[in-house]
Each structure stands twice: as structure tokens, then as C-alpha cells.
Design a protein around this ligand. Structure first.
Ligand code: DMJ
Length: 640
């Protein structure tokens, strides 16, 4: 239309707009007139090109503005100008909202991965520098105490002991996810847990001062001795320090293991003892920290123990020389103990799983399967087995005490460790419990305390029970928790009370090593203690069972019992300026007599189980993820 129209006419049309005259008198008007003149001089092709370019520019500007809004998250959510929102129908809005949620989710995941990556990186760095544990430790945030409250209690004069009824305040950290940070400086402990930590630190301090790097510590003479020459107290206690969150003690131990522990010793060692204490301790320390130094030491030890299994029957010899690999029966007799050859399986299996080397697991599987196929008395086994013939000594005693105990414990725990898939282990365990019910389970007089006696020579009932048998309430409760019959729990409940009474009825409130249960009606005492059995070695079995019973029932009486036992240990076995010692006579509160020996299992087991008994943290060694070996070292459950 513009091309064919006379130029004058166009001007007239503009001048008819209201107010045009007034406006046209200004400078802007003159500028416009000159632009119009220039425009009129252009050819129609030139005008078309300019119009096209202007149109293209407009579209581009519109597109850029829209894109910028999207990049900055302006997906038409809340707060978006409504005029823009109105451009979209509700379907598209929903689609965009969905895209927005996915985007945020992805960003969160990316952030989490980045954080895990940072932790792994830090851990690797820590391992490389050999400065400390890789997992969970917040470096630089764990200070040695400088104020009075943080000083070790021995420097404050005494241990921090709350009264029986106090210190149970529930402190649960359920918020954390990811790896458990044992050394989290923000973690809180109950008063009772702190008291147990203090006891561990107290014992550790004097072991470190007088016996560092040696197997055993003698707290009266302040001397030390060797059993295997592998710093047994240290390797047995590392995971306790970790579980209790004691970083200084842990770092002491880790450094010693890294720099000083060697198994290249011309020394005969007992396969069972070194397996449950040293191999178990190293494996647990590895699992709780992911620190390869523990894994490497465990593998070295495992390799040196394998020659034990080169026997005619594949049932291992009891002893082996760590350097030469020469394996043999014990010096005192021809047979291995039944509990010893059947209480190495959790550890050797775990070693195979973490090293991808099947030799260890294969060796112990052969033993378990061999013992499974041997004839038994209603599921019960004699306490000696010959490594050459592979047979039980049929005249040997049947007991859940010394040399028999952990055969039964590892039937259940191996079944649990392997994801409850090995049916023959479950069957052997269930058979054994039926055997207990039929042959060993009795009640004392007059108070009807349930106990597990022995069959001397495999036949004659004796109402004798070692303190060692007190692992059974915990083990049976664990079985019930894993789906075994309810009457196992009923028996566990009654046995736990009996084990507590073995402490409670003594004048020191500490159990003797062995008790006989009264069977005669009319007598006033349920428990009989012979003079040679009246010592206490700081053993763990009863507090171990109290821990399981509390975990599964939350019945506070188990804590009260545990606290009473702990207080008695503090009263009668603690030596000012020395640590803790076994005692000679639990019936003589005036003169219990120190044996001058700290057993490594006091730190490895007794204090660990007490600490766990006073914890309400479900993330602290959850029993559907870990199974404790016979020396209280937690091993992962493999749900195969
Ligand atoms: C520990 O070495 C182990 O618990 C073992 O299985 C039995 N004896 C001691 C503790 O009493």
C-alpha cells in the first residue's frame, strides 16, 4: 500500500491525529521528518530488506529473553509473573514442575556423591600419610582435653562412677546416615558409658606405661610377659577403643600395629587363641575403619596359621610355629580341643571374603563339615578330638564350659554369618539345644535357678557350671532373634538370671570361676564354691549375655545387673596406679587377693560388652549386620 500511495497523502493522514500539531512543533518532530524523508528515498527492495531484518531482530530478542528465564530456574513456578504463566496450559505447567523436581533430585544426588567422594579421598590421604583411621574421623576436631572435665579420671583422683540409678539417659543418634563415625566429637555418651570408657582408659594407661607391646600385663609387679609375642593386649583391644570412640588410644594401637607388629616369630602359638584374639581383633579393626594396615596384618597371620590344617584328617593341630610352619598336637596330650578346632571359622571365612582368597574359608569349612558328620550324643560333643584320626575321644566330658563352649556358639554364629543359608549348621545347633534340654538342663535348690551341667566321661551328670557357660543366654537369645524357637528365649531368660546370681550371691558381688549347684532340698544355698574355683579372671560371659538380653528386650534390669557387676569390678579388681587385676577369692571381700594379671579379654570383651549394654544407639554394631566372634570382635554378616 505504501509503495503506490502519493507521499503527500501520507503526510496529511498523520497530521489528522489529535494533538499532532502540538507535538510536530518540537525537535523530535524534525528528526522524524528527516527519517521519513530518508525512508521515502529508499527503493522498495531496500525497504523490504530493512523490514525483514527488523522482524528477525525482534524474534531473536524475544527468544533470548525466554531462554534466560529458563536457565535461571524460572520454570513458571510460584513467584513467576502471571502474564508469562498464562502462556502455558496446565499440562505444560505440570510437565515443567515435574522436570523441576527431577532436576533438584539429580542435583542432590550429585552433591551427596561429591561428599562421599571427598570422604573417600580424605580417607585415602589419611592412609597414605599413616596418620590415623580412614573412616568417619573428623580430622583435627578431636582434641585432647585441657579442662578439668576432660582430664582422664585417674588424674582427677578417681573414676567417674554415677550411682546405680543414674546415667541411663537415652542418647540415640538416629539421624546419621552413611558410615558410622565412631570418633564423631559430637557424639554423646551416658554417664555409665563414660564410666566404662574411663575404666578402659585407666587400664590402657598403665598397660602402655609398663607393658607396651607385650602380650600380657601384670599390674601389681608392673611387669609383662609373652604368650605369643604379638602384643596380644593391643591387637585384642583395638576395636574396643574404636567402638568406645577413644581416638588417642586407637591411634596408639594403630601406630604400634603398623610399625611394630610382626608375626615373623620363631614361636609356637595356639591356633584357637591367636585366631579369636589377634586375627579377630585385626579383622574387626579393618571392618570398622577400612584401614588396609589391619587387613594386611590379618592376611600375614592367616597364612602362617594355615599349616595347622595339614593333618591326616584335616582337623587342625592345636599349635603351630609362626616362623617355621611346623604344626603339632598340644604338648600335654594327643588331642585338640573340640571347641578350639570349631572356633576359628568366623575369622577364617571373613579373611577369605576380604582377601578374595578362598584357602582360609575352605580349610575351616572342611573342619565344620567333618565334625558335622561325626556321631554325637543328642547333638552334644565330647571335648577332645584327634587331628590324626579325626575322631572324638568318646570317653571325654560333655560340657558347655571349657573346651566345649564355643563349638555350640559357632554353630549358630556361622549360620548367622553366612546369611542363614547353611542348614547343616542350624540343624546341628538345634540338635544340640535339644541335647541340652534332655541331658544338661536342671534347676537348683531351693531357688530353682536353671543351669547347664556337665556329663563327666560323656555319661555321668555333674551339677557343675563354669562361668564360661554364661555366654549361652546371649547366644540362645541371638538364636531366637534369628527365628529359632521361643523356648530358647525362655531358657535364655532363666539362665541370664542364674549367671547374675553367680555374682549377686557372692560377698564381693563377683562370680567365681566355677560353681556347683545344690541339688539337695533343705539346703539354704543354691551355689557351692570350692576353694580352688573361687577366683575371678575378669571374664566377660555374663555381661556379654546381659548385653544381648538388653538389646533384644530393653528390660532395664539387665542394665542394673550389669552396673552392679561393673561396680564390683571397680571395687575389688582396680589397683590405684596400676590398672586392673584378676583376683583369687570372690568370697573374701576383706582379702580377695590380686593374681597380678590383666587378661586381654577384660579390655577386648568385658568392658566392650558393658559399654554396649549401656548404649541405646541402634547404629552401634547392629546385630543384623554384625556377628561377634568368641572374643567380642564384630564381623560382618554376609547375606549370600
Ligand atoms: C575368651 O578368650 C573367649 O571368650 C573364649 O571363647 C572363652 N574364654 C575367654 C573369656 O573368658
Amino acid at each position: 500500500m505504501f509503495e503506490g500511495a502519493p507521499r503527500q497523502n501520507q503526510q496529511s493522514a498523520i497530521s489528522t491525529i489529535p494533538g499532532f500539531e502540538e507535538y510536530s512543533n518540537g525537535k523530535d518532530y524534525k528528526k522524524r521528518q528527516s527519517v521519513i524523508r530518508i525512508w521515502k528515498r529508499l527503493s522498495s527492495l531496500q525497504r523490504s530488506v530493512i523490514c525483514f531484518v527488523l522482524l528477525l531482530g525482534g524474534i531473536s530478542v524475544l527468544y533470548i529473553v525466554t531462554s534466560v528465564r529458563r536457565v535461571h530456574g524460572g520454570r513458571l513456578g510460584h513467584g513467576e509473573p502471571s502474564d508469562l504463566r498464562d502462556f502455558l496450559d496446565s499440562n505444560e505447567r505440570q510437565k515443567m514442575e515435574q522436570e523441576k523436581r527431577v532436576y533438584i533430585q539429580k542435583m542432590k544426588q550429585k552433591l551427596a556423591q561429591q561428599q562421599v567422594g571427598d570422604i573417600v579421598k580424605k580417607n585415602k590421604e589419611a592412609i597414605r600419610k599413616k596418620k590415623g583411621p580412614p573412616l568417619g574421623i573428623r580430622e583435627g576436631k578431636f582434641d585432647r582435653g585441657v579442662d578439668g572435665d576432660q582430664l582422664p579420671p585417674e588424674e582427677k583422683g578417681q573414676l567417674n562412677l554415677p550411682p546405680k540409678s543414674a546415667g541411663d539417659d537415652v542418647i540415640v543418634d538416629q539421624t546419621s546416615s552413611g558410615p558410622y563415625d565412631y570418633f564423631d566429637p559430637k557424639r554423646q555418651y551416658t554417664e555409665k558409658q563414660k564410666a566404662v570408657q574411663d575404666a578402659f582408659k585407666f587400664a590402657w594407661k598403665y598397660y602402655k606405661q609398663y607393658a607396651w607391646g607385650h602380650d600380657e600385663y601384670h599390674p601389681i609387679s608392673k611387669s609383662h610377659s609373652e604368650w605369643f609375642g604379638v602384643g596380644l593386649t593391643i591387637v585384642d583391644s583395638i576395636d574396643t577403643a574404636i567402638i568406645m570412640g577413644l581416638k588417642d588410644e586407637y591411634l596408639d594401637a594403630r601406630e604400634w600395629v603398623d610399625k611394630s607388629l610382626t608375626f615373623d616369630k620363631d614361636k609356637d602359638v595356639n591356633l584357637f587363641e591367636i585366631t579369636i584374639r589377634a586375627l579377630g581383633g585385626l579383622l574387626s579393626a579393618y571392618h570398622l575403619t577400612n584401614d588396609e594396615v589391619f587387613k594386611n596384618k590379618a592376611k600375614d597371620l592367616g597364612d602362617r596359621l594355615l599349616p595347622c590344617f595339614k593333618s591326616p584328617s584335616n582337623v587342625p593341630f592345636s599349635d603351630v610355629n609362626l616362623k617355621t610352619g611346623h604344626a603339632h598336637a598340644p604338648r600335654w596330650g594327643p588331642d585338640s580341643s573340640t571347641s578350639e578346632v570349631t572356633t576359628i571359622q568366623l575369622e577364617f571365612r571373613d579373611l577369605s571374603r576380604i582377601t578374595n582368597d578362598n584357602r582360609y574359608e575352605h580349610a575351616v569349612n572342611v573342619v565344620s563339615e567333618h565334625v558335622h558328620n561325626l556321631p554325637k550324643k543328642d547333638g552334644l560333643v565330647p571335648i577332645f578330638i584327634n587331628a590324626n584320626t579325626g575322631s572324638f575321644r568318646s570317653s571325654a566330658t560333655i560340657t558347655f564350659g571349657a573346651r566345649g563352649d564355643s563349638y555350640y556358639e559357632y554353630l549358630l554364629k556361622q549360620w548367622v554369618q553366612t546369611g542363614k543359608k547353611k542348614d547343616y549348621l542350624k540343624k546341628d545347633y538345634l540338635d544340640a539345644i535339644e541335647g541340652v534340654k534332655n541331658h544338661l538342663l536342671k534347676e537348683s535348690e531351693p531357688n530353682k535357678l536353671l543351669y547347664i551341667g556337665e556329663l563327666l566321661g560323656g555319661r555321668t551328670f555333674s551339677p557343675k557350671m563354669d562361668h564360661l557357660v554364661c555366654f549361652m543366654p546371649g547366644t540362645m537369645a541371638l538364636g531366637y532373634q534369628n527365628g529359632l524357637p521361643k523356648d530358647h528365649m525362655d531358657i535364655a531368660t532363666k539362665l541370664a538370671r542364674t549367671c547374675y546370681e553367680m555374682y549377686n550371691k557372692m560377698p564381693t558381688k563377683l562370680s567365681p570361676e566355677i560353681v556347683y549347684f545344690n541339688q539337695a532340698p533343705g539346703s539354704s544355698d543354691d551355689l557351692i564354691v570350692k576353694p580352688l574355683d573361687s577366683h575371678n579372671l575378669l571374664r566377660p560371659e555374663t555381661v556379654e549375655s546381659l548385653f544381648y538380653m538388653y538389646r533384644f528386650t530393653k528390660d532395664k534390669k539387665y542394665r542394673d545387673w550389669g552396673w552392679q557387676i561393673f561396680m564390683a569390678f571397680m571395687k575389688y579388681t582396680k589397683i590405684e596406679g596400676g590398672g586392673f587385676s584378676s583376683i583369687n577369692n570372690v568370697k573374701s571381700p576383706g582379702n580377695p587377693g590380686f593374681k597380678d594379671k590383666l587378661e586381654s579379654f577384660f579390655l577386648a570383651e568385658t568392658l566392650k560388652y558393658l559399654f554396649l549394654l549401656f548404649s541405646d544407639d541402634p547404629q552401634l554394631i547392629p546385630l543384623d549386620k554384625y556377628v561377634f566372634n568368641s572374643e567380642a570382635h564384630p564381623m560382618p554378616i554376609y547375606n549370600e
